[in-house]
Design a protein around this ligand. Structure first.
Ligand SMILES: NC(=O)c1ccc[n+]([C@@H]2O[C@H](COP(=O)([O-])OP(=O)(O)OC[C@H]3O[C@@H](n4cnc5c(N)ncnc54)[C@H](OP(=O)(O)O)[C@@H]3O)[C@@H](O)[C@H]2O)c1
Length: 301
């Protein structure tokens, strides 16, 4: 069993936005000229992320999910957050490659590219032991979380690479890819094998994206968004609800900070939105020296 204590850096923990990651103060204007593609933007953390990028001055935010009505609501919130930010949405099931391909194509046709991709759409089914699990329900976690993230990566990558190269040319950091993982990626909690293995795989996928495309300038991160009282959060058993103490806005602002180049040195790694970013930045040399915040086999006695 993994110990919960061993999965956290000993840093000040935040539960809502604070100055260093605030798109209305420190990060104001940090997303100017950027086009942001978000999956799972119809509610919860994805919706908050769309608004935070608008507050940071994004040129355009492109929203995707399966419910048109809820996406319209996010669109109106984005327009309220910043009337200058353009916003469009399309219906897109992340488990369908052709739908994700079409959504990215539409985003590029409307706004000219993708500078930041946030693979946020997720699914968490009921917690049941493997021997009692429904095979289709079990696999659904992998389809939405892992296959869905892969599809977003696969179709946004060419545009993110273009953004990274253009950024290099004009001295700005571009080509950021955020994969919404979970602290559960490292846990072994009875009944959560489907969700927690899918998030563990996302952390590995993040490393592969970085390894395959580091030379293209991509900066990929697997993030824990905090414990948030969303539909997915409430799908956990009741005894876990006491951990749902973070604002959706925390992960949203953390994504804006990552996309502003705040942690480009940590590309390819797992980071928690709870961690104080100034203290995290202070650990850069130790994290790189000891190759921390990646999943590895514990093989030493
Ligand atoms: N809440 C937490 O405490 C917590 C903790 C760790 C990690 N996370 C992760 O954070 C991410 C966001 O979750 P949330 O907490 O904000 O939950 P949420 O409010 O339930 O939002 C989930 C989003 O994913 C979308 N979605 C689900 N299935 C989809 C599909 N097949 N295709 C496209 N979109 C789909 C939903 O939109 P539609 O239903 O309209 O399609 C919705 O916008 C997830 O990856 C989740 O695993 C959350």
């Amino acid at each position: 069993m993994s110990s919960i204590q061993s999965q956290f850096l000993d840093l000040t923990a935040h539960h809502s936005r604070y100055d260093a990651i605030d798109p209305q103060t420190t990060l104001k204007g940090s997303a100017t000229d950027k086009v942001v593609f978000i999956s799972g933007a119809s509610r919860g953390i994805g919706q908050a992320t769309a608004m935070a990028f608008a507050e940071a001055g994004a040129r355009a935010v492109y929203l995707t999910a399966r419910s048109a009505q809820a996406l319209e609501k996010t669109q109106s919130l984005v327009q309220k957050a910043n009337p200058q930010t353009q916003c469009a949405y399309s219906i897109c099931d992340v488990t369908e490659a052709r739908q994700v391909e079409a959504a990215v194509k539409d985003c590029v046709a409307q706004f000219g590219g993708v500078d930041v991709a946030d693979a946020n759409a997720g699914y968490l089914g009921p917690w049941v032991k493997i021997g009692d699990s429904d095979p289709e329900g079990w696999w659904r976690n992998w389809q939405v979380n892992m296959q869905g993230s892969y599809h977003v990566i696969r179709y946004t990558l060419p545009h993110l690479i273009h953004s990274a190269k253009a950024g290099n040319a004009n001295g700005r950091s571009g080509g950021h890819l955020i994969l919404v993982s979970s602290v559960g990626a490292q846990f072994v909690m009875p009944g959560a094998s489907d969700y927690q293995t899918s998030k563990h795989a996302i952390n590995r996928l993040c490393e592969f994206v970085q390894s395959d495309h580091d030379e293209d300038g991509i900066k990929c991160f697997a993030i824990h968004p905090g414990g948030v009282a969303t539909d997915i959060g409430h799908n956990m058993p009741a005894h876990m609800h006491e951990y749902l103490v973070d604002d959706p806005d925390l992960a949203a602002c953390f994504a804006v900070w990552l996309s502003a180049g705040g942690a480009d040195w940590a590309k390819g790694r797992y980071l928690s939105a709870n961690w104080d970013v100034s203290e995290l930045s202070g650990l850069e040399s130790e994290i790189l020296r000891d190759d921390l915040l990646v999943n590895r086999l514990r093989a030493k006695l």
